[in-house]
Design a protein around this ligand. Structure first.
Ligand code: PMP
Length: 365
């Protein structure tokens, strides 16, 4: 959709590219680091300054203690963090539970290692967790649960009660919990992001994945991190090294400056700004005759496309792009075969001028 959107000069609400401005200290420090000569390989798990800043952030935000020497991995995005964790901790034919709708990279990363993704469907309209379905999906081959909260594409923020239930299953069946918390700061309407590693007995078995792509609007920098108990981290760092050697050197300084210097108000403003954007896209989608489900977090809206021409979601997405110049992702990308065909996903992490123009075009439908 991105390629086709670029070809016709449309507005891309398909990919989660997030083209809002990068915070000044992050940008300035990365540029200064290049000029200061930080252009060579770093330690395989990242520069000390950034590992320390990440450990402090986990302590400050969630009360979680990680040793920056042995329990923090600066990765080439949360994507690379998950890849390294899966390489280190899973074997072919293991099964990993994921919630549906899912984020495509999660499923594909597992499949690429011959690990079997097992989907546990969340119930519409609010994507509630069915605890019985979760337990029913566990087999002797299950090794881990992969949880994305706040979630892409549903915008679901798992409640404490749901995370307790997931943690219970992990403890009962001795499973790892991989948590993708890349949207941790994008929460709306009083929703609270719960870091599952903070639950009783969970720190030891949880691999926390997050990053800077979304929070600092640097998706192209490829910079994220994992925090986990030292007993898992050495193997994860080894596999990350094999593929990437290290994360981009100078850019690590930019991210460290962001963590060190940006005040709490930066993060609340980030959520407030995206809440305003969310309201804009929701109103435009409703005016266009679609039925959006209201996301409590992240920055996507899944909308029912009743009335849009096309049999499949892909056809509907193409019709929308051809008639309005607005690109969205076919809902079928986030579900098992045959589901999601009545849904499109819209990303609202866009500059206001582009989002306003996209909303105006949607209203012309
Ligand atoms: N996880 C989720 C759930 C995402 O939506 C995205 C971006 N689309 C990523 C990870 C990618 O994160 P990174 O850029 O840190 O690899």
């Amino acid at each position: 959709m991105t390629t086709e959107c670029d070809r016709i000069g449309g507005i891309n609400l398909a990919q989660g590219v997030c083209d809002t401005p990068t915070p000044a200290p992050v940008e300035a420090e990365a540029i200064a680091a290049i000029r200061a000569g930080y252009n060579i390989y770093t330690r395989l798990d990242g520069i000390t300054r950034l590992r320390e800043a990440i450990a402090k952030k986990q302590q400050r935000n969630y009360g979680l203690q990680y040793d920056p020497e042995t329990e923090v991995l600066v990765a080439c995005g949360a994507t690379a963090g998950l890849h390294a964790a899966a390489m280190a901790l899973l074997n072919p034919h293991d099964e990993v539970l994921l919630f549906e709708p899912f984020y495509g990279y999660h499923v594909s990363t597992l499949k690429s290692m011959r690990v079997k993704p097992v989907l546990v469907p969340l119930a519409e309209p609010d994507w509630a967790l069915d605890v019985d379905a979760l337990h029913a999906a566990i087999t002797p081959r299950t090794r881990a649960i992969l949880l994305n909260t706040p979630a892409n594409p549903s915008g679901k923020v798992f409640s404490r009660r749901e995370i307790e239930a997931i943690a219970d299953a992990c403890r009962e069946h001795d499973l790892f919990l991989f948590t993708d918390e890349i949207y941790e700061y994008f929460v709306y309407d009083g929703a609270e992001h719960i870091c599952p590693a903070t639950l009783e007995g969970m720190r030891e078995r949880t691999i926390v994945l997050s990053g800077f792509s979304k929070t600092f609007s640097v998706t192209g920098w490829r910079l994220g991190y994992a925090t986990a108990d030292a007993k898992w981290m050495a193997a994860m760092a080894y596999f990350h090294d094999l593929t990437y050697v290290c994360a981009p050197s100078a850019l690590q300084h930019g991210a460290a400056a962001g963590l060190e210097q940006l005040p709490p108000a930066f993060y609340t403003q980030l959520a407030a700004d995206h809440h305003t954007k969310r309201e804009k896209i929701l109103a435009a989608l409703r005016d266009a005759g679609m039925e959006p489900s209201v996301p409590a977090g992240a920055y996507y809206v899944l909308a029912k496309t009743t009335g849009l021409k096309g049999k499949t979601a892909a056809e509907k997405a193409r019709y929308l792009l051809a008639t309005t110049g607005v690109a969205a992702v076919a809902g079928s990308a986030f579900f098992r075969h045959g589901r999601g065909e009545d849904l499109l996903r819209f990303c609202f992490a866009k500059r206001d001028a582009d989002l306003d123009e996209a909303c105006a075009r949607l209203r012309r439908l």
